[in-house]
Design a protein around this ligand. Structure first.
Ligand SMILES: Cc1cc2nc3c(=O)[nH]c(=O)nc-3n(C[C@H](O)[C@H](O)[C@H](O)COP(=O)(O)OP(=O)(O)OC[C@H]3O[C@@H](n4cnc5c(N)ncnc54)[C@H](O)[C@@H]3O)c2cc1C
Length: 574
């Protein structure tokens, strides 16, 4: 079936919906999602969205800018970060007017709480900057945006799995997707296409991410010859529930929760004397892993405790109902009575599809763009998070840059011709499905996928080194060959989730290779990328973005300078 739209958006998370609302003011919009729209991972965001409103204590966008630059370990592009921090206040007011039920102060203002790395007066002490809706902030914002989309006549294609994004002669013509319900192929011709397909935490064994976070569209664009930026930087959140990876928001440490080791020591005081448990995530994750490595895990095991018993019961139940329930259901622990076992969990992709500040996708490291192709949200790299994202800056990134991409697409559409996807591309997508279903061999997806996720976790997580990364690259190559021999039990085309798993697994392998190779080439430590064999940050050689390109079965690299405006790199102390 062939559809014609002015704008096609892949993804119904915050980035996709915010862009859709803008683009729909000027033309027809289709939103494609492989899930039901409000089940996108954005719905699980707990802790908050950052903006220097100063509702609870003095704050300023400039302090927010400074914290984000420093948090990024100076790899974030400061012009883009400035846009985000300056636009944050307007954004929160706009979200409130769109219907987001933010939690309130006693005076009725939007309440704000502390989050890691957010400080007053250029690093002096933690500041209350995260606006929140209890611990269901993502759900509140996503539901409000979805309600706004309906009256605007935005067309939702739920449970449509994108198989290809078609680019010819440096112009994007639209998208080819599989309707999951019946296995039909649909073609969406468009003047402009936005990729807002979220993260790819499923490359790792332990992750806070949803099952759908498999990075399909990044992998599709990489295969089409486009670059991926800064893929070595993957954030591990310090507090995942032990053994499960389910997230416990940093917001609890903002309200007085602390990390403790086997000696009941509040160990973050040693690692970040000024802001302690509110150190940025890369530092807190490394601190936890170091405590465990040095034998101070709880009962000799590989976890530490997150103690929330110090938070008054009323605060815990009013502001953190969701995570209190998680602890009770999944761990059998009431966090108001006992500390919770936690371990870092793969959480957020700083790297992604390179874009300019209006979401235009770059086709090289020199700012060339693809006509009609945009990206926003976690899949994109603007880059506002650099080597390490601060908590509550991602929700902000999705809505600020989602909106900007929506406006830019509407502008480009005025003078653009609609693309026309050729028969060859449609036949290729159809044959990918047929070949995957018919493939014969002795491998099962579940086994090979766990092998990949375990290898990524063991060799490419919080600590990395040359030997481990080289081993990982060759292991991924073996897994790539094994994947050629995966057989599906389900041969039908009706709601075949095994088929979708197989397609997604191909993308996970592809992205793992890019992450591991990018980590191997960067011979320094910066933000979330820590190399035991190069433990220092090296600004002389590495204050630059990585651009990874596909070259047959290997990855090739180019680099791009970091945009520095106000803040020169300094030693990162907290
Ligand atoms: C547990 C958790 C808690 C978090 N808490 C916070 C927080 O408190 N504050 C904060 O700032 N950030 C937080 N984050 C990060 C933040 O929530 C995400 O980075 C952000 O919501 C991503 O939004 P998005 O719009 O880019 O994508 P998502 O919300 O992930 O949506 C991706 C969309 O793409 C679609 N899609 C993907 N592939 C395909 C395909 N092949 N075909 C069709 N559709 C496809 C999916 O169906 C989905 O609709 C949290 C993340 C997690 C995992």
């Amino acid at each position: 079936m062939i559809h014609q739209f002015d704008t096609v958006i892949i993804g119904s998370g915050l980035a996709g919906l915010r862009a859709a609302i803008e683009a729909a003011k000027y033309g027809s919009v289709a939103v494609l999602t492989k899930l039901f729209p409000t089940r996108s991972h954005s719905t699980s965001a707990q802790g908050g969205i950052g903006a220097a409103l100063g509702n609870e204590e003095p704050d300023s966008p400039e302090w927010h800018l400074y914290d984000t630059v420093k948090g990024s370990d100076y790899l974030g592009d400061q012009d883009a970060i400035e846009i985000m921090c300056e636009d944050a206040i307007r954004t929160i007011v706009e979200l409130e007017h769109l219907g987001v039920p933010f939690s309130r102060t006693t005076e009725g203002k939007i309440a704000q709480r502390r989050f890691g790395g957010h400080t007053r007066n250029f690093g002096e002490a933690p500041v209350r900057r995260a606006c929140y809706s209890a611990d269901r902030t993502g759900h509140a914002v996503l539901s409000a945006l979805y309600e706004q989309c309906k009256p605007l006549g935005i067309n939702f294609f739920s449970e449509f799995h994108v198989l290809d994004i078609v680019i010819e002669n440096n112009k994007c013509h639209g998208v080819i997707a599989l309707q999951i319900e019946n296995g039909e192929i649909h073609v969406f011709n468009a003047k402009s296409t936005l990729v807002a397909s979220g993260g790819y935490g499923k490359v790792f064994k332990t992750t806070s991410n949803a099952f759908a976070s498999t990075g399909d569209c990044l992998s599709i664009l990489f295969n089409a010859g486009l670059p991926l930026e800064d893929m070595e930087f993957f954030q591990f959140h310090p507090t995942g529930l032990y053994g499960l990876g389910i997230l416990i928001t940093e917001g609890v440490r903002g309200e007085g929760g602390v990390l403790i080791n086997v000696q009941s020591e509040r160990f973050m005081e040693r690692y970040a004397p000024a802001i302690k448990d509110l150190a940025p995530r890369d530092m807190a994750s490394r601190a936890i892993m170091t405590e465990i490595k040095e034998g101070r895990g709880i009962d000799g095991k590989d976890y530490v405790h997150l103690d929330l018993t110090r938070i008054p019961n009323q605060v815990l139940s009013e502001r953190f109902p969701e995570i209190t329930t998680f602890c009770k259901i999944y761990m059998g622990i009431d966090p108001s009575e006992k500390p919770i076992p936690v371990l870092p969990t793969a959480h957020y992709a700083m790297g992604g599809i390179p874009t300019d500040a209006d979401g235009r996708v770059l086709n090289d490291e020199k700012a060339g763009v693809i006509k009609g192709l945009y990206a926003a949200g976690e899949c994109a790299c603007v880059s506002v998070h650099g080597a390490n994202r601060l908590g509550c800056n991602s929700l902000l990134d999705t809505v600020v840059f989602g909106r900007r991409a929506g406006i830019a697409m509407a502008g480009e559409n005025k003078n653009a011709e609609r693309g026309n996807i050729h028969r060859d591309a449609i036949d290729n997508a159809a044959s990918l499905i047929d070949l995957t279903i018919k493939r014969k061999g002795d491998q099962r997806i579940g086994d090979v996928r766990s092998e990949l996720q375990t290898d990524m976790m063991d060799l490419c997580s919080v600590f990395r080194n040359e030997q481990g990364l080289k081993e990982l690259v060759s292991k991924i190559s073996i897994i790539e060959d094994k994947a050629e021999h995966i057989t599906l039990k389900d041969k039908s085309k009706i709601f075949n989730t095994e088929l979708l798993d197989a397609i997604e697994f191909g993308h996970l392998i592809n992205l793992s290779k890019v992450i591991a190779s990018s980590a191997l080439q960067r011979e320094e430590s910066r933000g979330a990328h820590f190399r035991d064999d190069f433990p220092q940050r090296d600004d002389a050689d590495w204050l630059k973005h990585t651009f990874a390109f596909k070259k047959e079965r290997v990855v090739e690299f180019k680099h791009k300078p970091v945009k520095i405006t106000k803040f020169q790199p300094e030693e990162r102390k907290y």
